[in-house]
Design a protein around this ligand. Sequence first.
Ligand SMILES: [Zn+2]
Length: 340
Amino acid sequence: MQTFQLSTKLCFGDGALAALRELPIQRALLVTDPFFAENGTAARIAELCKGEVQVFSEVQPDPPLSLVARGVALLQDFKPDTLIALGGGSAIDCAKGMLSLGKDRPYFVAIPTTSGTGSEVTSFAILTHQGVKHPLVEAALRPDLAVLDDSLLQRLPKSLIADAGMDVVAHCVEAVAAKGASPLTQALAVSAYETVVKLLPVSYEGDSSVRGSIHCAATMAGIAFDQAGLGACHALSHALGGLFHIAHGKLNGILLPHVMEYNRDYAPYKLLGSNASFSITRLRRRSQLPQSLTEAGIKREAFLSKLDDLCAAALSDPCSHSNPRPVSKDAYESILRACL
Ligand SMILES: [Zn+2]
C-alpha cells in the first residue's frame, strides 16, 4: 500500500500575503532573521495580522540547537496561538525545531522568501549541533498554511537564486527515484524539474517575472520529496554541510551527477528527459555554481582527514534509507572522492 497525504493549505501568487488578514490571531510569534527585521518585511507581516505580534529575529544560517532553545523559551513565555516563520529554510526549520521541542502546538504558518528547501510543506527540518546536521522528521512539523507571495522574491541575490534552485533540482531528482516514489510524487517532481531547469537561468540573469513559477515549483518538489523521501545526494550533502559550512544547494549541485551515476540502473531518471545528468551539469555551469568540492573551497587534506566521519554521518542520515540503490561506506567514499 502507498499513501499520499496533503495537510498544508497553500495560498500562492501575487497578493497571497493577504491570507494573513483572514486568520483569527490573538497572539502570534514571528520567527525570522535580522535581515527581514531590519528591512521592514517583518513589520509588514505583523501589520497584516489581527492580534499582537512578537518578533524573534535571531535566526542564523544552519540554525543551531541553542537558538532553537531560546525560541522554545519564548514560546513558553508568550504562549502564542499562531507561530509564523518568515525567511528561507533556516527560519522555517528553526520554527519547526521550536514546535518539536515545545509543549503546545500553535497554528503554524510558513512564509518562504527563497525558492528552495520546500520546508513550507514538509515534515522535515535540519538542525545543527556541534558540526553535525540532525534531520528531524515529524508529521506535526508540516505547516498548516504556506503563503507563497511573489513580492518577497524581487530582490534575491544571484548566489541565493542559484543555490536554492539547485536544491529544488536535487529534490526533484531524488524524489523521482526514492523508495517511496509513486506516480503522484513523480508527476509533481517531473513538472517542478522541467520548470526549474527552464526558468532558473532566466531568473539568475535578473528577470524576476519568472520567480513566482519557480517558487511554486520549489513547493511542488517539497510535496514530492516529503512523501517519496530523498536519497544519497542529501545524505552526503548534510554530512558535508555540517562539517564544512558550504551552502546546501552548492553541495547538491556537485554531488548530484555522481549520485545519479551510482543509481543509474536503479532509478527511472528517464522521466526527467533524455540526459538529465548533462542538463544538470550545464545548469550548474550557467548558474556559476562550483563544479567540485575543491572549487567550493574545501581543502584536499582537510577533506581526506574527515572522509571516515563524512561516510559515517551520511550512512546514519535518514535520507540514506530511501536511496533507490543500497549504499555502503565504500560507495560513499568513492562518490565523495569523485566530487573532490
Ligand atoms: Zn535539499
